[in-house]
Design a protein around this ligand. Structure first.
Ligand code: SAH
Ligand code: SF4
Length: 393
């Protein structure tokens, strides 16, 4: 098991303007975009209209070049080009699983790397987004938590993940063609690398952009934010984002939860449950998803299932059982299938939905909690390939 670092929110947060040079418009709120356009010599009288136009080009049409914004006069496009850019993270590698799951390794400012996973299903396509490079928390079953280097992603880098994947899926409207009935990218889960509530403002701004009806236009009910339990930010999530909430619960006693999810030492099960109790009302949403990773002989007994039912009384929940996804050197094992079924059964009989999450993209290490090892592995094998002088196929 890796050493438990102190719980801290003290990570490097980049200013919105990430490097010297032109300002990137991706990730600016409407107010921020207005400011940027004014600073780029847009007349005050026109600015609201220009915000709408540029917003639509970027988020509804997927355009990244001012020259393609044909409803803007040519000299105005040239001025914008002088001051501003529209940039998204660079895709370094893309892997596609046998089950269709796609995992992208993207490079963000400073040469850091994050992973984004796209999971196609029959009736939906879910994008699992990262909110930080690594994670300051050190949940003992999660590989991301073993990554030392951590920084918050900017709103631009968070929204950028959506734009990049829509590029890859070819999901921007083609002029004149009828709109597709079902969206390829229809849902977002903030379940990639990082603790989203330790990067609240950037996550909020990025999700507001994803929800804006004149652009990506995802309903707040199609966005799920997963937190390990940053209690003070939970009410704020309801009020300022209003999306669905998932919580990494994982244990039914403080003693075990302290070991699995060390943030529990700061906000224990009782404090967490109090915050969760008010969430549905505050956010006007139906149910909270309780995530529960099934770890053999650690948290998977019948007694655990019964304690869990007692704890959640009065909170509208769905319990999502996650078979543990192993990673090299992991200190736990996945509970046996029979055990997981028996646990699910107890919960179901008590009247709660208890789906077992099918691991997706396991062959490319894209499943929950595996993000990190994959990029390290890729880098290591790339180095090996370079060293032996063999080029990659
Ligand atoms: N930091 C946030 C969101 C990212 S993790 C959080 O902790 O909620 C997304 C989900 O995957 C969480 O429920 C997390 O506890 C779970 N997870 C982490 N490592 C896992 C692993 N190895 N196997 C299965 N689930 C894991
Ligand atoms: Fe961070 Fe979530 Fe992994 Fe815990 S489970 S280390 S909070 S990413």
């Amino acid at each position: 098991m890796h050493a438990q670092a102190p719980i801290t929110q003290d990570v490097l947060t980049l200013p919105r303007r990430t490097s010297e040079g032109p300002l990137n418009l991706v990730g600016l709120t409407r107010a921020g975009l207005k400011e940027a356009l004014l600073a780029a010599d847009t007349p005050q009288k026109q600015v609201n209209m220009r915000v709408n136009q540029v917003w639509q080009w970027i988020y509804e049409k997927g355009v990244r070049e001012f020259d393609l914004m044909t409803n803007l006069a040519k000299p105005y496009r040239a001025t914008l080009k002088e001051h501003l850019v529209i940039e998204v993270p660079e895709v370094i590698t893309k892997q596609v699983s046998d089950d269709g799951t796609r995992k992208y390794l993207m490079r963000v400012d400073g040469g850091h790397e994050v992973e984004t996973v796209y999971i196609p299903e029959e009736d939906r396509g879910t994008l699992c987004i990262s909110s930080q490079v690594g994670c300051t928390l050190t949940c003992s079953f999660c590989h991301t938590g073993t990554q030392r280097l951590v920084r918050n992603l900017t709103a631009s880098e968070i929204v950028g993940q959506i734009l990049v994947v829509r590029d890859d899926l070819g999901e921007w409207p083609i002029p004149g063609a009828p709109r597709r009935e079902t969206r390829l990218l229809s849902n977002i889960v903030l379940m990639g690398m990082g603790e989203p509530l330790y990067n609240f403002e950037n996550v909020r701004d990025a999700m507001k952009i994803a929800m804006d009806p004149a652009g990506i236009s995802l309903s707040r009910r199609r966005i799920t934010l997963s937190t390990s339990g940053v209690v003070p930010e939970i009410a704020k999530t309801a009020e300022e984002i209003g999306c669905l909430l998932a919580v990494s619960f994982h244990a039914t006693t403080d003693e075990v939860r302290d070991r699995l999810v060390p943030i529990n030492k700061k906000w224990n099960i009782q404090a967490l449950l109090e915050a969760l109790r008010v969430y549905p009302k505050l956010s006007n949403s139906e149910r909270i998803t309780f995530e529960y990773v099934m770890l053999k002989d650690v948290n998977d007994t019948d007694a655990d299932a019964r304690r869990l039912i007692k704890l959640i009384q009065g909170i509208p929940v769905k319990i999502n059982l996650i078979p543990f996804n192993e990673w090299p050197g992991a200190p736990y094992q996945r509970s046996d299938w029979k055990r997981i079924k028996a646990f699910a059964d107890i919960i179901y009989k008590a009247g709660y939905a208890s789906p077992i999450r099918t691991p997706r993209g396991e062959d490319i290490m894209a499943a929950c909690g595996q993000l990190k090892s994959a990029s390290e592995k890729i880098r290591k094998s790339a180095q090996k390939v370079q060293r032996s002088g063999v080029s990659e196929a």
